[in-house]
Design a protein around this ligand. Sequence first.
Ligand SMILES: C[S@@+](CC[C@H](N)C(=O)[O-])C[C@H]1O[C@@H](n2cnc3c(N)ncnc32)[C@H](O)[C@@H]1O
Length: 312
Amino acid sequence: MAEISNKYDETAKSIIYKGSCYDFVKTVPDEMVKLVVTSPPYNIGKEYEKKVDIDKYYIDQEKIIDECVRILADDGSICWQTGNFVDNSEIIPLDILLFPVFKKHKLKLRNRIIWHFGHGLHASKRFSGRYETILWFTKSDKYTFNLDPVRIPQKYPNKKYFKGNNKGKLSCNPLGKNPSDIWEIPNVKNNHVEKTVHPCQFPVELIERLILSMTNEGDIVFDPFLGAGTTTAAAIKNNRKGMGCEIMDEYYKVALKRTELAINGKLKTRPMNKPVYDPENPSVNLKYEESIVYQETLFEKKQKYGVGHENR
Ligand SMILES: C[S@@+](CC[C@H](N)C(=O)[O-])C[C@H]1O[C@@H](n2cnc3c(N)ncnc32)[C@H](O)[C@@H]1O
């Protein structure tokens, strides 16, 4: 069995295609994929994209979304994570722009998840952007949703009923609570354990929550715009199959490396549900930080890119 294949191969643990997703996706049979999760280029002129007219961007996105729907299993999900297209300080939220493409296929929107993060560029002509969204669609009403693996700690875990038939019993779920549709997860900045040379990579924790809740072990997870390989690495880490495409050689190599690290159980990640840093209580983070070993090789070129960018 190939561990990581460079072309579609049902027996591989992972498939990482070096090239355009528009070419690769044509080689994938219908209804093979359980979860498509991606953050496409936002058409804002990053080094990996050419800024084009917004109508052309829409047509290109529509082409890949059409194909993703074709390869999606009947009980599968698509999570399209986007921010804003920005032009002369005017914003167009890309989820609003692209919503009709998904509805054309009669997909069902289950959540519009707000990913809130604390850091980014500072705007001067409007309020600084500190969130992005994930549109979660399912292909049918018969979809996988596992809540237990992604529950988060209760605020008052030992709270009990104080009267009635249940007096003395726990009043909240001891497995934790539903994480809701607002997710506060730090974005990957230069001091983040997962930082690579890629300027706008997903935090692994964000993808893990989607993978654990929307797929089962052995399912295929696909990211057409793979970047630094966060999706394939997170899929492998959780015993799923990870498949993705990356057009830039530099990021393709990082994706390959991180997926290999995940296969060998050596991928370093920020732990799921680690509390967000609280300057008034910095010790909250210490017990995690002590165990973290930085991935030196992936850090080498980090200075080449900025800390973040508008709207990411
Ligand atoms: C927003 S980034 C994705 C980052 C990713 N979520 C991660 O965690 O690293 C979009 C990526 O899509 C890649 N890309 C752009 N056009 C592509 C295409 N046609 N096929 C495959 N990859 C493409 C870019 O090089 C870039 O790395």
